[in-house]
Write a protein that binds this ligand. Structure first.
Ligand code: UT7
Length: 320
């Protein structure tokens, strides 16, 4: 028995912010951003993460009875509130009245793959029959718009999939992590509250911080190794894979991974030109668009893969 993706959906905010828009507020250019990253524009949400996540879920559930969902898992590191969590907000919008569990999962940009594998384990253990997994991040509210090396990379968006048991689907998964000794990726919790019994508040608003070149090297290394490991232990070669649906961080990472796997860069699907890096949403948005456009067809073998803060990484080999 396997776990199959039976439906998908995605949501992109309508507000488009181009590289030229960034060049108006900081020392950068469309030429630098395009050449170093492949990104031309990104979307910024003007409502909330819950709004994005809920609309991606509604799209995924367009032909599915909401009350048939047994569990909702939301991968995010940018919920609108700690309590309620994002998955609880999605359930509220969907108005699912059955007493189903909902919870959030944070593995930074790898979150969607970790949520997918969590759902896979629940379904294989026959704990839940049908699970909604959402990957949704509102990166714009964490960005430091004076930091030109980080703020230009990210966008907002949401993707969702519905999973249930089938004779085909997720074949194998690798999840992993390494110690982030140099804090290559961080978003600390802002400290604005004063506790009269302990310390004074630092009154510090925290922003997303990244050591881009360290993360770049980590990404190229783990994408290459994780795909090779997945292929080897399933006795497959890269030629057996129709497409790689990777986290969308930088076109150069995707090109280098393709080169090191000795395959065409066209095998690595991409949409980062339009959306930038949408963190937990990158993989499910690209997956949904590729399924809806008929690029990924029934019975295709694909690898979904993501990497990010923690440091974390994860990949699944899937038969569609
Ligand atoms: O989901 C999280 C995963 N994140 C990632 O995967 C990000 C991975 N890292 C990257 O994509 C790249 O490292 C960046 C795009 C962030 C940076 O590209 P890079 O080729 O590694 O550039 P760099 O950091 O080595 O900087 C080269 C130069 C520097 O100038 P100097 O010191 O050589 O004079 C930077 O100050 O480019 C400068 N620079 C910029 N110039 C114009 C950095 N950002 C910009 C910018 N516009 N936006």
């Amino acid at each position: 028995m396997k776990t199959r993706i039976i439906a998908s959906g995605s949501y992109l905010p309508s507000k488009v912010v181009t590289n030229d828009d960034f060049a108006k507020i900081m020392d950068t250019s469309d030429e630098w951003i395009s050449q170093r990253t492949g990104i031309k524009e990104r979307r910024f949400e003007e409502d909330s993460n819950a709004h994005m996540a809920s609309y991606a879920a509604i799209k995924a559930l367009e032909n599915i009875d909401y009350e048939s969902i047994d569990c909702i898992i939301a991968a995010t590191y940018t919920p609108d509130s700690y309590i309620p969590g994002l998955a609880a907000e999605v359930r509220k919008t969907l108005n699912i009245r059955r007493p189903i569990p909902t919870f959030d999962l944070n593995a930074a940009c790898s979150g969607f793959i970790f949520a997918l594998e969590t759902a896979n384990a629940y379904i294989k253990a026959k704990i839940y029959k049908r699970i909604l997994v959402v990957g949704s991040d509102m990166n714009s509210k964490t960005l430091d718009f004076t930091d030109r090396s980080t703020s230009i990379l990210f966008g907002d968006g949401a993707g969702a999939v519905v999973l249930e048991a089938s004779d085909k689907g997720i074949i194998d998964t690798i999840l992993g992590g390494e110690i982030d000794r140099d804090s290559s990726l961080s978003l600390k919790v802002s400290d604005m509250q004063t506790n009269p019994f302990t310390k004074d508040a630092l009154n510090k608003v925290e922003y997303f911080e990244m050591n881009g070149s360290e993360v770049f090297k980590f990404a190229v290394r783990v994408v290459n190794k994780t795909i090779k490991d997945l292929l080897t232990r399933n006795k497959l070669s890269i030629d057996d894979i129709d497409y790689v649906v990777s986290h969308q961080a930088n076109q150069r990472i995707l090109n280098m991974a393709a080169r090191s796997l000795k395959t065409s860069k066209d095998k690595f699907l991409t949409n980062l030109e339009y959306y930038g890096n949408t963190s937990s949403a990158s993989v499910p948005i690209l997956l949904d668009e590729s399924l809806r456009k008929g690029i990924i067809k029934e019975n295709a073998k694909i690898i979904v893969i993501a990497f990010g803060g923690g440091l974390s990484y994860g990949a699944s080999l899937i038969e569609i």
